[in-house]
Design a protein around this ligand. Structure first.
Ligand SMILES: NC(=O)c1ccc[n+]([C@@H]2O[C@H](COP(=O)([O-])OP(=O)(O)OC[C@H]3O[C@@H](n4cnc5c(N)ncnc54)[C@H](O)[C@@H]3O)[C@@H](O)[C@H]2O)c1
Length: 419
């Protein structure tokens, strides 16, 4: 079997982590159990470009249980858990191409290796795999039955391809499922971004001015958790509705230019480019901490920071590079501006990935079942999948909910009944 991982001898520790995560993934376990019996993905070649974490390993095991011949590569050079990658290869026989800290050349070499598996189904977190297939592998276009996309940034890229009629095969916007973004983006990113920042810096959040750029699902979650830990949270936004929502949720809302001199910690969660720029760095206090939890490492203009700095002290602490401006002020950049929750912590907790990845696995089954019927469009996850995942998650949490009575069903579907 071909693979490229850091050290295959790390497998034992990786297996322990995979099993620990699996304990908190009851819905995915149920999917896996059914897949083992029914083999809905039998014989299908799958390539998945995802963060190689313990939770992803459990998704890969589920796809494998369904009969898919699966290979994995990393969707980010810094997010791979090397022990998990080793265990996937050694204990589960799933080829993995991913090494934490790999350079850009290796990152794309790994994507290429996953594409050379000639996938019939693909899975992406940020659309790098699908983009590479579109630009460099035209021979594969007609054989891909469909592709699942895990994150907001990827869905934005794929919708742009659809708009420009550049999309060559069907894509399922798993990110847009409520069983994904409401929970994974909000509670998962919220908690794990705090976790990553604390692991990287060990700062006390209480009493700090935390500037959150972007009040989408991820920004809301992160702001909520920082507020809960006693920080004074400031939101910056470009969307007036989101800005209003932030204001009415009780946060201060202002322009980045105004927030820059006040903030102790800045975190971007926008999916946009150069949200923090030279003009902002120049206004920041000594010791300001700058991090990103959006998908790509372009939200912070790092080249501009390098340009205005007199000196860069690499790794003053793990995951912290310190840029010293000409007047001596220090700006601390975390994890090279890459997803802080995956670089410095372990990504989202398993319990929330349970919902995202159960949705992923079921969307994959849906694509295979509907092979030939789907066209080169971006599809939403069918409602039945979301309904099933949310009901089972509730069940696993021992939470019962009411059901509509016949009278209520009639009332809610009629227009004649009034007061
Ligand atoms: N860290 C993680 O593990 C993780 C998990 C899920 C999603 N993501 C990524 O996080 C990013 C945000 O995802 P989301 O689901 O919250 O998206 P979203 O679309 O719900 O929210 C993004 C928000 O950023 C705002 N924004 C855009 N440009 C801005 C700017 N210049 N200044 C201030 N605000 C700006 C938008 O108006 C929007 O409200 C995406 O890149 C997504 O792929 C990361």
């Amino acid at each position: 079997m071909n693979y490229d991982v850091k050290n295959i001898d790390l497998a034992q520790e990786g297996k322990r982590r995979i099993e620990w995560a699996d304990n908190d993934m009851p819905v995915l376990r149920l999917v896996r159990k059914r897949f083992e019996k029914e083999k809905p993905l039998k014989g299908k070649r799958m390539s998945a470009c995802l963060h190689i974490t313990a939770e992803t390993a459990n998704l890969a095991r589920t796809l494998q249980a369904g009969g898919a011949d699966t290979v994995l590569c990393a969707s980010n050079p810094l997010s791979t858990q090397d022990d998990v990658a080793a265990s996937l290869v050694k204990d589960f026989g799933i080829p993995v191409y991913a090494i934490k800290g790999e350079d850009t050349e290796t990152y794309y070499k790994h994507i290429k290796a996953a594409i050379e598996h000639a996938p019939q189904v693909t899975m992406d977190d940020g659309a790098d795999l699908v983009s590479s297939i579109h630009s460099d592998y035209p021979d594969l276009w007609s054989s891909v039955l469909g592709s699942m996309e895990e994150t907001t940034t990827g869905v934005i890229r794929l919708r742009a391809m659809e708009r420009d009629q550049a999309l060559k095969f069907p894509v399922i916007a798993v990110n847009d499922a409520m069983t994904k973004n409401l929970f994974d983006n909000r509670y998962g990113t919220g908690q794990s971004t705090v976790d990553g920042i604390i692991r990287a810096t060990d700062i006390l959040l209480a009493g700090k001015n935390v500037v959150v750029a972007g009040y989408g699902w991820c920004g809301r979650g992160f702001a909520m958790r920082c507020k809960g830990m006693g920080a004074n949270v400031i939101i910056t936004e470009v969307n007036p509705i989101r800005a209003l929502e932030a204001a009415m949720d009780g946060y201060r809302v202002m322009k980045m230019e105004e927030a820059a001199p006040i903030g102790d910690l800045f975190c971007t969660l926008t999916g946009d480019i150069h949200v923090l720029r030279a003009e902002h760095f120049k206004l920041m206090k000594d010791g300001a901490i700058v991090a990103n939890s959006g998908h790509f490492n372009v939200e912070i203009d790092i080249p501009a920071l390098k340009e205005i700095a007199a000196e860069c002290r690499d790794r003053v602490r793990n995951f912290v590079d310190q840029y010293v401006l000409k007047d001596g002020r220090r700006i601390n950049l975390l994890a090279d501006g890459r997803l802080i929750n995956l670089a410095a912590a372990e990504g989202h907790p398993a319990s929330v990935m349970d919902m995202s990845f159960a949705t992923q696995a079921l969307a994959t089954e849906w694509v295979v079942k509907n092979a030939g019927k789907l066209t080169a469009k971006v599809y939403n996850v069918p409602f039945e999948i979301e309904d099933w995942v949310s009901r089972l998650k509730l069940q696993s949490m021992n939470i019962q909910i009411d059901e509509l009575t016949e009278e209520q069903k009639e009332y809610l579907s009629s227009w004649e009944m009034g007061t």
